[in-house]
Unconditional design. Structure first.
Lengths: 127, 327
């Protein structure tokens, strides 16, 4: 067992240092690149924090939809194939909900500030 | 640096030019570069842009129109009174600059976030969608007899290309599968009218001033096809930069775009335009995945490319909003 602090705590500390202390002192194209780098570290922190739970519920939904077992990528391959052949479509109970939930979980890691995501998040919490 | 070659070159088409100044590379991939510089002349300097494939890089990617065709299209657009830079010179092999052309530099802004937020564009923003409708109609109406040889695309062929590229990544994406399936099921068939299509009519390739559209750039993806493709592509959510309720580039409505288009005597097919908007959303998603591939394979092992790979999911939520909207 590895000791603390956890990877996400370490990366967050580095990202905060770069954001608060270094970024204000950098100009030009390197300032842009630094911002991209900080965004990447923030993304990794979110993935380390959120992905395990999201992957588990995604796998559970896929097993339910497909009636088979397998790794997450195997299950996604199987679903992709069924959508491609038309065996599964938006009329299939559970498919639209599954795709929406999976996509929302991806955006929560990839781009939580994306306007479409924020709009859909707002719509969910209102309903 | 390329100043010596440029100096010799500008003297040949701009009599009295004594040299060049302020030469700087604006962007450059492996095979194509864009440079900005001033032609120095006793009666006043002239801002210019060089677009070239450096010597040794002849072959363009298969989808590219080619730099000669780009120069021809830009000049035709200019001659037709469309907002387009004047082509000053087409490079000759003996000039040692590679293949490409030199055009007049049009001052203005091409960065979407500035165009959408800066005060100096506040008066232009409400005009842009209608203006761009007129510009698109002008492009689609350029005289066929004068156009260069370009690839011809149909919706069916584009779906096939996208599917092949997506499958080459070997990474399952159920939302992309759903979009491919939808596109095949809603393929409107060949367009009754085949015209010149700009192919990349969106933010980044448009120079905007406080007075509105000043230039359409980058004809690299020009082809013959369904004119509605350009109207769909400019409405893709990825080019709205947060202003998601203004489908045209984050500054206007489809109705304004379509009205501008029809002012010039051309007809809009809103169903086909929407089909191309879905296609364009998937296309940008596939392009994001392609960036990831190039990041992993090198030679461009940059953070920027890697992070664009993580934007593919943005197109997945946009595809779901288009194809499976929640009540």
């Amino acid at each position: 067992m590895q000791d603390e602090p956890t990877p996400d705590e370490l990366i967050k500390a580095v990202a905060d240092f770069l954001r608060n202390e270094i970024a204000p002192a950098i100009k030009g194209h390197n300032a842009f690149k630094l911002r991209v780098g900080i965004n990447a570290l923030d993304l990794v922190t979110r993935q380390l924090t959120l992905a395990q739970a999201a992957d588990a519920t995604e796998a559970a939904r896929l097993k339910q939809l497909l009636g088979t077992d397998g790794s997450l990528i195997e299950l996604n391959r199987a679903l992709s194939e069924k959508i491609a052949t038309g065996e599964v479509d938006l009329q299939t109970p559970g498919l639209a909900d599954h795709l929406w939930q999976t996509t929302m979980d991806k955006l929560a890691v990839d781009q939580p500030n994306y306007a479409s995501y924020k709009r859909e998040l707002g719509d969910t919490s209102r309903s | 640096m390329i100043e010596a070659e440029l100096t010799r070159c500008v003297a040949s088409f701009h009599p009295g030019a004594t040299g060049v100044s302020g030469t700087a590379k604006l962007s450059g991939g492996a095979s194509q570069e864009t440079w900005t510089f001033d032609i120095v002349h006793p009666s006043g300097n002239v801002g210019a842009i060089l677009r070239r494939a450096p010597p040794g890089y002849g072959a363009a990617p298969s989808r590219a129109a080619g730099l000669d065709a780009e120069a021809t299209l830009m000049q035709l657009a200019h001659d037709a009174g469309l907002p387009s830079p004047r082509v000053l010179h087409v490079l000759k092999p003996e000039e040692g600059l590679g293949t490409g052309f030199i055009m007049a530099r049009v001052e203005g802004e091409s960065i979407a976030r500035k165009i959408l937020r800066d005060e100096q564009f506040a008066k232009a923003r409400p005009l842009l969608a209608r203006q761009l409708g007129r510009v698109a109609a002008g492009i689609h109406g350029l005289p066929a007899a004068k156009l260069p040889k370009l690839r011809q695309m149909t919706a069916t062929r584009e779906i096939g290309d996208l599917e092949r590229e997506y499958r080459s990544f070997d990474w399952p994406r159920p939302v992309f599968e759903l979009a491919l399936r939808w596109l095949r099921d809603h393929d409107p068939g060949p367009s009754a009218e085949v015209t010149l299509v700009h192919g990349d009519f969106r933010h980044g390739n448009l120079i905007i001033g406080p007075d509105g559209v000043r230039a359409v750039l980058d004809w690299e993806l020009a082809h013959f096809g369904d004119p509605m493709e350009d109207l769909g592509w400019i409405c893709v959510n990825s080019w709205r930069f947060g202003e998601i309720d203004k489908p045209v580039g984050g500054f206007g409505s489809r109705e304004e775009l379509f009205a501008g288009y029809e002012e010039v005597g051309r007809k809009v097919d809103p169903v086909r335009a929407m089909f191309w908007e879905v296609m364009g959303t998937l296309r940008w998603g596939v392009m994001c995945c392609g960036m990831m591939q190039r990041f992993r394979a090198g030679p461009d092992h940059s953070m920027e490319r890697a992070m664009i790979g993580r934007r593919a999911s943005e197109t997945e939520i946009d595809l779901l909003r288009l194809l499976a909207p929640r009540a």
